[in-house]
Design a protein around this ligand. Structure first.
Ligand code: FCB
Length: 440
C-alpha cells in the first residue's frame, strides 16, 4: 500500500509524468525530424534501433490516456511539448497541426480537472538545429526563446506550471560527454558549451514566459547520490567530482550564479567565452524547483584525464535498469537543496519511478516491486516534509510504458502497461495502488 493523500499536507499535488517523444508517435501530425530520429537510425546507438515514430500513439489516443490520469485521482499531469512538432525546422514556420494538438490536449486536461504541468524541452531537438551545432551553439538560447514564445502565446493562459528544460545534466553530460543520448558526442568542450548554453536557454525562456504574464515557472534537474566506492580519500574526491558535475553544476548556476570549483578544474578551458556574464540571465527568479530522482552510484578513482573516475557496482537491490534502489538519496537531495540552495522555495519531485520486468498475465500486471519502490520514496518525502522541507508535490514516472531512449521499448516504467503491438493499455497493480491512495 502507498501512503494516503491524507498523510500529506493539504494541497500537496500528486501527478504522473510523460514526455512528448516518448509517447506521442512522432510520425503523426507534421512533426519535423529530430536528433533522436537520426541517433536511433545510426547503428549501435539504440536497442534494436527503435525510435519514437509510433511510440504509444498518444497523438491519437490521448483522450483515453487522460481518462486514465483522471480516473486514478491525480491532480497534475506533467507532459511536454515537442519543439519539432511545433516548429518542424526548429525556427520559422509553425506547424498549426502541432499547436492544435497541444491546444486540445490542454483543454482535455482541464475538462478532466487535471492541472497541466508543461515542460518545453524533453530532448527532441529539431534536426536542422542539430546541423547548426545544437546545444553547442550559443544561438540556441535565441532559437529556444522564439519557440517558447510561440508555445506560450497559444497555451500559456491555460497551463498550471511551466519549466523550460527537462534534466540539463542529460542534455549536457549524458549526450555530449558520455555519448549515450543524442547527439552522441564524447567531447569535453562540446559538453562544457552545452551545459552552459542549456542554462542560458533556460534563463531566456523564463524571461519570455514572465514577460507574457505567466506564473508558477520552474526548473527540473536530475540528481544521483554519489557514494565513494571505498573509504580512501581518493574515492571521496572522485565522488565529490561526480557530485559537482552531476548534482551541483546546474543549481549552482541557477541559484548562486557560479559553477563549482571541482567542475571548473575540468571545464575552465572549455567553457564558452564570457560565460561569467550570463548569470544575470541564468538567475532569472523562478517559483519552484523540480527534482527527478532515481538512484545512487558508487564512484571510484580511475586513471586518465579529469574527471578521472569510474562507476563500480553497488550492493543494493536493483531495478530493471540496473539502478540501485536508494530512497534515502531522495531525502538527502530534498534537505540539501532546501538548506544550501532553495530555502523556502517550493520543491516538487517531478520524476521518480522504476523499470521492472513486468509480465502481463490474464489482463493484469502484478508489479508489487514498483509499489514498494514508490512507497519507499514517498516515505522519504514524508520524512523531509516533517523536517520542514517545503515539498509541495510528487509526480510518478511514468503514466505509460514508453520509449526509454537508448533502451528502446524494452524498459517499462509505466503505471499502465502498453502492448507495443496492439497499443492496448492495461493498468498495472501500481496504478490501482495509486488510485486507492489518492481516492481512498
Ligand atoms: C529520466 C527522463 C525520462 C525517463 C526516465 C526514466 O531521466 O527524464 O524521460 O527516461 O529518466
Amino acid at each position: 500500500m502507498l501512503p494516503k493523500r491524507s498523510d500529506f499536507p493539504k494541497d500537496f499535488q500528486f501527478g504522473a509524468a510523460t514526455s512528448a517523444y516518448q509517447i506521442e508517435g512522432h510520425q503523426f501530425g507534421g512533426a519535423g525530424l529530430t536528433h533522436w530520429d537520426t541517433f536511433a537510425a545510426t547503428p549501435g546507438n539504440v536497442v534494436r534501433a527503435e525510435d519514437g515514430a509510433r511510440a504509444c500513439d498518444h497523438f491519437h489516443r490521448w483522450p483515453q490516456d487522460l481518462d486514465l490520469m483522471a480516473a486514478a485521482g491525480f491532480d497534475t499531469y506533467r507532459f511536454s511539448t515537442s519543439w519539432a512538432r511545433v516548429m518542424p525546422e526548429g525556427r520559422g514556420a509553425v506547424n498549426a497541426e502541432g499547436l492544435d494538438f497541444y491546444d486540445r490536449l490542454i483543454d482535455g486536461m482541464l475538462a478532466r480537472g487535471l492541472k497541466p504541468a508543461l515542460t518545453l524541452y524533453h530532448w527532441e531537438l529539431p534536426a536542422p538545429l542539430a546541423d547548426l551545432g545544437g546545444w553547442r551553439n550559443r544561438d540556441i538560447a535565441d532559437w529556444f526563446a522564439d519557440y517558447v514564445q510561440v508555445v506560450t502565446a497559444r497555451l500559456g493562459d491555460r497551463v498550471w506550471s511551466a519549466a523550460p528544460i527537462n534534466e540539463p545534466w542529460c542534455v549536457g553530460w549524458l549526450s555530449h560527454f558520455l555519448g549515450q543520448h543524442a547527439p552522441g558526442l564524447r567531447d569535453i568542450r562540446a559538453t562544457a558549451h552545452a551545459m552552459h548554453h542549456v542554462l542560458l536557454a533556460h534563463g531566456r525562456a523564463i524571461q519570455v514566459m514572465r514577460d507574457a504574464g505567466m506564473g508558477n515557472l520552474g526548473a527540473v534537474c536530475n540528481f544521483e547520490y554519489a557514494h565513494p566506492a571505498d573509504d580512501s580519500p581518493e574515492a571521496a574526491q572522485a565522488a565529490a567530482r561526480y557530485d559537482a558535475y552531476y548534482n551541483q553544476f546546474f543549481v549552482s548556476g541557477l541559484f548562486k550564479g557560479e559553477y563549482p570549483v571541482e567542475v571548473l578544474e575540468g571545464f575552465a578551458p572549455h567553457l564558452p567565452k564570457g560565460w561569467q556574464d550570463d548569470f544575470a540571465t541564468i538567475r532569472a527568479p523562478i517559483d519552484w524547483l523540480g527534482l527527478n530522482y532515481y538512484t545512487c552510484k558508487r564512484i571510484a578513482p580511475a586513471p586518465g584525464p579529469w574527471p578521472a573516475l569510474a562507476e563500480v557496482p553497488g550492493p543494493l537491490p536493483k531495478t530493471a535498469m540496473g539502478w540501485e534502489i536508494y530512497p534515502e538519496g531522495l531525502h538527502h537531495f530534498l534537505t540539501w537543496l532546501a538548506r544550501d540552495y532553495t530555502g523556502t522555495l517550493p520543491l516538487y519531485v517531478t520524476e521518480n519511478g522504476m523499470a521492472a520486468p513486468d509480465v502481463l498475465r490474464a489482463g493484469a500486471v502484478d508489479d508489487t516491486d514498483r509499489i514498494a519502490y514508490f512507497r519507499a520514496h514517498l516515505d522519504q518525502c514524508l520524512r523531509a516534509i516533517a523536517q520542514g522541507v517545503p515539498l509541495q508535490g510528487y509526480m510518478a514516472w511514468s503514466l505509460l510504458d514508453n520509449y526509454e531512449w537508448a533502451l528502446g521499448y524494452e524498459k517499462r516504467f509505466g503505471l499502465v502497461h502498453v502492448d507495443f503491438e496492439t497499443l492496448q493499455r492495461t493498468p498495472k497493480a501500481s496504478y490501482h495502488a495509486w488510485a486507492q491512495a489518492l481516492k481512498g
